[in-house]
Design a protein around this ligand. Sequence first.
Ligand code: PBG
Length: 332
Amino acid sequence: MKNSLLKQRPRRLRSKVGLREMARETRLSPAHFIAPFFVTHGRGVRRPIPSMPGQFQLSVDELLKEARGVSKLGIPAVLLFGIPKKKDAVGSEAWAADGIVQQAVRALKKDVPDLVVITDLCFCEYTTHGHCGLLKAGQVDNDATLRQIGKTAVAQAKAGADLVAPSGMMDGTVAVIRAALDRAGYTDTGILAYAAKFASVFYGPFRDAAGSAPQFGDRRGYQMDPPNAREALREIKADVAEGADIVMVKPALAYLDVIAEARRTVDVPIAAYNVSGEYAMVTAAEKLGWLDGAADMRAAFEVLTAIKRAGADLIITYHAVEAARRLRRAAG
Ligand code: PBG
């Protein structure tokens, strides 16, 4: 049918691969990814995490092997979570000089010096009760926890961390860390702030991976209420004002509106955390044969592209290594 009234034919630019390439608005590169790892005591440990197929708890020697691969693929950074030898009420391995994360950072800095090392800064993996700070009358005590946060940041910086990433959602965290780092002489150690972290059901598999499920109650008293976008912007602006170098929105998929608004509101880089439950949904549905394109990671790429399109500059994702491998292969 000829129809001269049809002035717009957007399908033209979809008609072949080359034109689609030219019209593409959003591109992914390994340089946008941050790869998370769970590091544990021991040697030769590579313990699969059942709810996160393809992810492992790794001892430091195994982590080094992974990190070399990450670096070769052009992924600039790793994010480390520690699984302590022994938990206690205050989470003291978090700041111990021989704590597992500090050991891992020192080893990475020696072995893969160009890799950016980011350390998660929280206590839930280290405490017997599984909450993100010190307890007082069954609640997490904000200001008492801040003192622990300051010294943990210094311990991580001393080990060689490039960026510390506080994830506990205590008020005033970024200011306290900046002051503690500067006082200790670590003026060049940066802060990737979990600025808008929601109390989400999508952290489920992570809590298995890190053994960090709260032993009573939940995290709604400190993490954000999922319906609140304006409050997320307030948190983000506060963290930038306190000195955050990068701010994060977490989780990613159910919060793309928050990512987009954050990108418009502040001028520091925005990171989004494509969390464990988001990874589990994709990998589980693929395992069941319910999604097509598993071999090409089509679902993962669609998700990662959406997070980028929403405005994230950086994506923390368990898909990082496999996605980077495919991107490199496609680039020839
Ligand atoms: C620790 C922390 C959590 C995650 C990152 N840091 C768990 C939580 O807050 O319960 C979740 C990451 C993921 O689900 O992939 N506070």
